[in-house]
Design a protein around this ligand. Sequence first.
Ligand code: HEM
Length: 347
Amino acid sequence: MLRTPNISNFLYVAVGSILLLSITLYGAASAQEVDAQLTSPDIGQNNNIEMWKAVRGGIQGQVSIPDKKAGVLVQSGGEEWRSIRNGPISNYGVWGLFGIIAALALFFALKGRIRIEGGVTGKTVQRFTLLERWMHWIVAATFIILSLTGLNLLYGRYIIKPWLGADAFASLTLLGKMAHNYLGIVFILGITIMFFLWIKHNIPNKIDLTWLLQGGGMFKSGTHPPAQKFNAGQKIIFAAVVIGGGMISYSGIMLLFPFSGDTSVQDMQGIQVLHTIGALALTVVILAHIYIGTIGMEGAIHAMWSGNVEENWAKEHHSLWYSEINPSDNNASVSDAPLQTPPTPAE
Ligand code: HEM
């Protein structure tokens, strides 16, 4: 028997189908929308820009290793640090080094050597003890090696590498870096001893002002402003060595033991900049010091070589110090011992 279709069943099926179709269509539409959102070039690019902005801004992510600094993917400050180091610092360094060499050469060409005007009497006065001389030469030798090996790190790739080749330059630089690391400690000990041995002679006073106002008598022959054991110029050198050397030493230790304490990558970059500027500035000052201690002034090198200086040299350049140890008060200070000539430029 043929069954008549049940109207209510038909309605159920129709409504159900419409509902199912709507859900499917809605689902499809949403999926398309999501797809469209994900693949839209605009939205994708905006997300990338924001993300890269954050990464370049040094955003810190999570890492499971103890070194949390590794959570920073890009430390953009590094680029800035690099351009400061290889740009202005290196450039001004070259200007400073060549500038002082040119200025000293010009001074020498115009004025020549500062002579002992009273002539050589053959009598000598003790100026520095053996301990002072050892300390000075240890500081001097280590500083010169530190300076040369440091300059190699800054300029070697431009000057030495093309001439030596990459492999030999790499070996030389590695050796230099090792010397730099170890001798730095000796230099620090040396300037510490220097500080304690010479600080009492380096306290500024009114006499220094007179000396400075007269330019140390260097620009007018026959004038010798009074000076104690160290004149104002030498006190400036001493201060540069102690303060500049101290700054280089502190930053050097921080570079030897990176990230000690709470130091961040940015701190390390700042410390490196400080180290390089301090070292370049002190090298410029020391070049002037080496000039005056050798070819610039007759009789000066004897003070650090044998420890004795010509009596007239002492009277002319350090009159107040000389009168303190005047032979009439203290005969033991003046001797007839001949000056030992160091193997440095002939007078
Ligand atoms: C070849 C290198 C050097 C030579 C020929 C030299 C020579 C001299 C001489 C002759 C003196 C005694 C001056 C006097 O009797 O009044 C002296 C003192 C002194 N030197 Fe040197 N020196 C050299 C390198 C250095 C270096 C590298 C430093 C430090 C980094 C240094 C720091 C000092 C200081 C602080 C004094 C005492 C203050 C002064 O005289 O300027 N010297 N040096």
